[in-house]
Each structure stands twice: as C-alpha cells, then as structure tokens.
Design a protein around this ligand. Structure first.
Ligand code: AQP
Length: 335
C-alpha cells in the first residue's frame, strides 16, 4: 500500500515556492485518502547554523503552515524530526552505506557552498541526503511529493536503499518513487528567473513569503524582474524568457489552470496588465492561509501538542523497521 513521506526545513519562513511545489500538494494527497506522514525537518535545518530561538519559532511556523494549508492531524501524521530519534539512528547506518563521492556530486551541496570554501561547511551539510534517505525509509515510504529541486536527492535515496539491500542480501527497503507534478514544481526567484525561489535567499524581494501581507505581495510582483516584451500567445514563445515563464507558471498553479490556457488568455498583454492580475490572484489564494497560520501561531502550546502527538505515532511506525534494520546489520538489541 502506498505511504507518503515529505518534509520541510524550518530554515526560514515558508515561500510561495514551498507552498506550490510541496505544501499545496501534501494536502491533496491526504485528501485522496493515502497514508501521509509530514515532517518539519529541524535536524536538516541545523546543517547551517540557526539561532535557537528562531529555530523554535520557525519550526512552529512551518507546522502552522502545514495546518493552515489543510493538513489534518487526525488524518496525517505531523511532527518535527528531532522528536523521533530513529531518523538519526538510521541516518548513521546510511552514512556507512552511502559513499562520500555520491554526496560531493549533489547540486544542492555545490549551490550552498558556491563561492565559499566547501571544507568549512558542516559535515552535516554534506551528509544531508543520507539523513533525507533515513527520513523516508524509516517509514518504508513508497512515494515522496517534492519540488523539482529535490529530484537528485531522491535518486540518492533510491541508490542508498538499493545498496543496503544489495550489501545485506535483503529485499528490505522499498525503492521510493518521487511525485513531481503540476505547473509549479520549480518556482523561480522574482529577481532572477534562472535561480529557484528560496527561503534562504538574502534578498527578501526575490520571494513571496506566506506571511507577507497583500500590499507586500503586490509590490514584490510589480517589481519582479521581467523583459520589456509583451506576453506571447503560446508556451513556445516563453522559451528564452525565464522570468515571464515563471510568472505564467505561478499564475497557472495558483488558478489551477494549465499554463497553455493562461498564456492564451494573456496573449499580447503587457506586464503592466498581467502583473496586477497575478498579484490579485496571489493575494486571493494566500490571504486565507496567512490568516490561518497567524491564528495557529497565537497558540504555540497547541502546536507543540500536535507535534508531540504526531511524533508518538511516527515512532510507533518506525520502531519495528529500525529494529529490523539493526538486526539485518548485525547489531544486538533487546526488542
Ligand atoms: N522554488 C521552489 N519551487 C518548487 N518547490 C520548491 N521547494 C522548495 N523551493 C521550491 C520544495 O519545498 C519543499 C521543502 O523544501 P525545504 O524546505 O526542505 O528545502 P529547500 O528545497 O532547500 O527549500 P528552500 O526554500 O530553498 O530552503 P533553503 O533556502 O533553506 O534551502 C521541498 O519539497 C522542495 O522541493
């Protein structure tokens, strides 16, 4: 039976990219009646130093974003990663299965160390994909909904599962399938259409945050980098226009229409006409989520209670899988 796992890092506030590429689809999967396990991956966040008070706040904010976008703790498991120690335990075993060279090849590691001395980044940042494999395989998850940017890490999860199964002559870990679908699997920066929209981008103008108010959203879209030409009538005409393509994709994902339909609707329009329409749509779709997030954030104790309860349910699924893994590896245990 299918089981879905996915996570979001509390390394900043949620962006429109996280929402369209991940969160929005998480709720859809839950509503399809599939077993869903969703995590706030705080252990991933500290691969880059986080201020402790901010980390706590951001963890609750990501949990609030999950809840506000329709994740129902009665139907999905919602928890923060560090409360279930099995993630760290399985990650260690995977650190011994995965090869260092696999980690150096990851484009996220290269991007995050670009222009810096990679030798000075944390060992955790390099090993990040091994912990991600543990997150998924600790629950024998079969499907992982993510944005396009995580595709390479998921391939590594499959490689780790396959190597474990091969090294220990077992058919134990499933080979997980990525679920990358929809118009906005890769939302790009509003300042540079070749870079992904990211919560850790130093420029706040590059992204829409789920906590931005209507005026801020409208202003960021108005100021978004674009070329001077009017919109073409077909997707072909967007080929060498990454900024225009990005705004059309965002419109399509928010409205639930196909990008083809959106581009046909705005054929020949100037950005001066299109941008206010996009801003209006973004505000209409995001304002209710922002309001719900704010409502949840009024009661941090309730968020912590939900996370604690989710962690207990996650532990119950993970415990026999972890115990069996250790047994396969040859570790003595009393369970
Ligand atoms: N720009 C994006 N477009 C579509 N999907 C995206 N995701 C992230 N950015 C985009 C998806 O959001 C989920 C959670 O991502 P994450 O928080 O675990 O880390 P990330 O992918 O590294 O996202 P950020 O915002 O860029 O965080 P930082 O800046 O801390 O690295 C994933 O499913 C991801 O695909």
């Amino acid at each position: 039976t299918p089981r879905i796992f996915s996570g979001i890092q509390p390394s900043g506030g949620m962006t429109l990219g996280n929402y369209l590429g991940a969160l929005k689809r998480f709720a859809e999967k839950q509503d399809e009646g599939i077993e869903t396990i969703y995590c706030v991956v705080d252990m991933h966040a500290i691969t880059v130093w986080q201020d402790p008070a901010k980390l706590r706040h951001q963890t609750r904010e990501i949990a609030a974003a999950y809840l506000a976008s329709g994740i129902d703790p009665a139907r999905s498991i919602l928890f923060n990663q560090s409360q279930v120690s099995g993630h760290a335990e399985l990650a260690w075993i995977f650190n011994c299965v995965a090869r260092i060279g696999w980690m150096y090849r990851m484009t996220q590691f290269k991007d995050k160390t670009a222009g810096k001395n990679a030798e000075n980044s944390s060992l955790g940042l390099l090993a990040y994909p091994s912990l991600m494999a543990a997150d998924i395989l600790l629950y024998h998850a079969t499907h992982v909904p993510v944005g396009e940017d995580q595709k390479q890490h998921l391939e590594l999860t499959r490689d780790i599962a396959a190597k474990f199964n091969h090294d220990y002559e077992q058919d134990f870990f499933p080979i997980t399938e990525p679920l990358i679908e929809g118009a906005a699997t890769r939302v790009m920066s509003l300042r540079d259409g070749t870079k992904k929209m990211s919560k850790s981008d130093p420029s706040d103008a590059s992204r829409i945050n789920l906590t931005d108010d209507a005026d801020t959203i409208a202003k960021k879209i108005r100021k978004a980098t674009t070329d001077p030409n009017p919109l073409p009538g077909t997707l072909d005409g967007l080929k060498d226009r990454p900024e225009a393509k990005n705004l059309i994709n965002i419109y399509a994902a928010l409205s639930g229409e196909s990008a083809e339909k959106v581009i046909a609707e705005f054929a020949g329009a100037q950005f001066g006409t299109f941008k206010p329409r996009l801003a209006e749509l973004a505000v209409e779709k995001l304002a209710p989520i922002t309001a719900e997030m704010n409502r949840y954030m009024q009661d941090p104790a309730e968020i912590d209670r939900i996370l604690g309860e989710g962690a207990a349910r996650a532990r119950a699924i993970a415990a026999p899988i972890l115990a069996r893994t250790k047994e396969i590896v040859g570790m003595i245990g009393s369970q």
